[in-house]
Design a protein around this ligand. Sequence first.
Ligand code: PLP
Length: 386
Amino acid sequence: MKIESQLDSLGKQGLLRRRRVADTPCGPQMTIDSKPMLTFASNDYLGLAADPRLIEAAAEGARRWGVGAGASHLLGGHFQHEEELERRLAAFVGAERALLFSTGYMANIGVVTSLAGRGDSVFSDRLNHASLIDAVRLSLAESHRYPHADMAALGRMLGESYADNKLIVTDSVFSMDGDIADLPKILEWAEQFDARVIVDDAHAFGVLGPHGQGSAAHFGLPLSKRLIVMGTLGKAAGVAGAFVAGDDDTIEWLLQTARTAIFTTATPPLLASALLTSIGLLEGADDRRDHLRRLIARLRAGLEPLCARSDWKLPLSETPIQPVVIGGNHETLAVSDALTARGIWVPAIRPPTVPQGAARLRISLSAAHSEAQVDQLIAALADIAT
Ligand SMILES: *Cc1c(COP(=O)(O)O)cnc(C)c1O
């Protein structure tokens, strides 16, 4: 592989990515590349990332616990308040036990490779997050990918499988589309074919379900031996990290075998201090979730007529992730750039993050946005579309 010509080719296809540099904290108004911007780019759904109460908890945590964990959780880098955080998280999502990981990416790698291996079969939605796709590859299990949200196909694949150990893995809220997986049907298939289900709640934890308890609670499904959940703590929870929650035996097995938890230095213990405060805030944030739902409805009501008279598509989504599918890479970049010129930042998402020909603007809303800011985005897009 010639790196120079590969880079050149990425550029020609409109696929080069570029980091923008912020010099203010995460929020609706940021200074990005030295310009003030209204942003719709973060996954900080409840507006907690720069909350003064979390800043104070993190500072207090640093004073109490220091900065570095010093070692992995198993080798002395596991602290009192992290035990408490795991208990809080398990109770919050209604599981027997939870285990902390440093990131959601690592949690997915850890949980899938611990629960599936050579000779086993994993069934995954085609639009699953990259971390789940990588996890399945690393597990060496046989991989079966069903078309996005195609429950009949999933049932067929399960029915044709002779594997003793079957695992279904799915995003609950799909990260680039915002739609919600049909968990009740997935669980029904899992029961019928004796499979287990791992659900990735990265975009559901703190957002969906009563008090933000996540996708299982949203559907009224209890967590069990069959249904375990991975939740991330860097999105709605506003901090960093992740956890896997499930029954006692499964979590003990992860503690013994999940390599991404075992062979890595634990995250700074001050993060758990911030997270204990964050979980309390998140649980009590029904008003923020109500505001967020109103913003979602307002944005869709504004964009629907606009998409109806252009080639843009607004797929169904009841979550804060609202994609406007434009199609071509260059076209999508041009719209994103036109927004940037108007002081609004909405990222252009291109392959391989989304399928070829399905490049899109990924608008993500936060409870920290105001109705006026959403209106500003709608007006700018209307202006660009005409
Ligand atoms: C963000 C994300 C992850 C990874 O979580 P991090 O904590 O950011 O590593 C996993 N799954 C999905 C669906 C995500 O959107």
